[in-house]
Write a protein that binds this ligand. Sequence first.
Ligand SMILES: [Zn+2]
Length: 334
Amino acid sequence: MFRQATGTIDSRHRGFFAEAGDARQVWARRHGAGGEGGVFFLADGGVTDEVRRDCAGGRLVCPMADCPDARFIARGGELRRHHFAHRVAHVKHATAAVWRHEAMSMLADWAARYRGAEVDVDEDDRAATVRIRSQRTGRQVELQVTYDRRFDAPLEALRDPSRQLLVGHARGLMLPREPCPELTGAWWCGTSRLVGELILWRGFAVAVNPEQRLVGTLLDIYAALRVGVLARSARTPHPTLCVVDKLDDCKLSEHGLTTPTAQRLIAERTRQPARTTTPPRDPQPTAAPQHTAPRPGAAGDARQAEYLRRAQDLDTEQRLALLKEMFLPPHARS
Ligand SMILES: [Zn+2]
């Protein structure tokens, strides 16, 4: 069903969500004579004689820190997405670890293209972190990526607008259901616990696909209709819409990676700072880090009014519990 439904949409949407099984590595580490680093992205169809020579000469190698033999060969051809393979077979890297590392490489490489950006990275078993600091202003923004659907985002991180948690393109996190025929580049998804929580706090969640340098914006139906991402006449069979964009069409802002769709949502909030249907102390794009509070992404006005009434005098923990009770589906409340 899933595959049949993809016949009428273009390739970037067909390929946004990870296939199950082994990750095919498409990012390599540059290994130069001077020992300089850097990464190389192998686009689909990108295996050329030069790429083969760079692999053979040890100038493009496996980037995984724990790799027992990092020598790569380039696999081209017509049938499969072009990718790298280890010259000498050994125990395969864990799929989620490959994706997480590739997502980190992609984001660090992308952020470093901004003039005056200082970028550093680190990673553990659950998440990879990319810290970007502006040399000019000293401001810092932190992007964190996880492929772990049981990842618990610390409340202080959710509340801090200069820290952005991104989800990887794994199916278990994104729960893809079917393409959205009315909108090129969009998919209908279910709502996983983590994505649901991110949408509650920020109004949207951002998903990265390092295999194709694509970025998805996950938002709920109401937000999509309200800002005009989706036409009112569109069929809405699932709770969450995922709009896919190219990474190069996204911007780095003080709030992190901002997609074209997220820009529309933020612009809408900026235009309507005094919306009566959002909870008190709604995090505005210009708000200081401490000036944040949970918001129900974009539920119906009546539910928002009810939330406002019931959230009076509750502390943050209680408000979050209430948000979950009111705005997350039962299976996602945990
Ligand atoms: Zn390796």
